[in-house]
Design a binder for this molecule. Sequence first.
Ligand code: HEC
Length: 231
Amino acid sequence: MLESKAGIMLIAGLAFFGLAFVSNAVVPALMYQDLPELTAEQLVNGNLRYQFEDLARRYPEPFEKAYGKPPEEVAAREKWFNQKTADTLRLGRKLYVGEACWHCHSQFVRPVSNEEQRFGPVSKSIEYQNELQRPVMFGTRRVGPDLSREGGRRSNDWQAVHLFKPTSLSEGSPMPEYPWFFDGSPDKPNARGLAVLTYIQWLGSWLESYPYYEQYQPTPLPAEIPSSKTE
Ligand code: HEC
């Protein structure tokens, strides 16, 4: 076998395949085997709570319609908000899968082609060690941009209008419209719309140093959620 060029190539090819398998599958599996898989509840941090509360402020009526009223007592309200945020994340992920957003959007910033400059910090294995990445949402194509650092990059308002009608913000966008996330107009997101918005704002919210977030502290909202709208 070693007499012919083809034989050497074949052996080299198999060896490189083996090496890639070891370095890309076996080594990470061994490195992370003892890391606990985070639940949606554990993924709720200050950045995400900030965004979820922002939804409550921006869309008080749709928010109440989707979630009811938060409890009056401060500690109970805190717990309520954290649980609602976690449940909403789970629903958001389901919709992201169901609506096939992953057909057009990846969630993986590769360490090549200056992707860091386009999308933000390169992805690390640990970021996929959680409930919302089962199965992982790497995606297979990029018709639209990578979304792993989308959270905090744009406001909830922007995201809502974009989901309602992408072309109104991005001329010629091939992204489909999602009117069924809304009860009529982009300022009336329904439970599904609020969930997709929360999911989008979650993406990247876990990074310690992140251009769009600075570890917001959750702000216990009053029982009557004030609207930020100046009417
Ligand atoms: C047919 C492909 C396609 C599908 C399906 C799709 N998108 Fe997009 N998306 C795009 C393209 C292309 C862009 C870039 C142009 C634009 O902003 O509309 C984009 C842009 C975005 C952006 C803005 C990124 C930024 O900051 O500029 C977000 C957020 C987004 N999509 C989320 C979603 C979500 C959530 C879904 C599923 C509910 C989805 N997309 C489904 C193609 C798609």
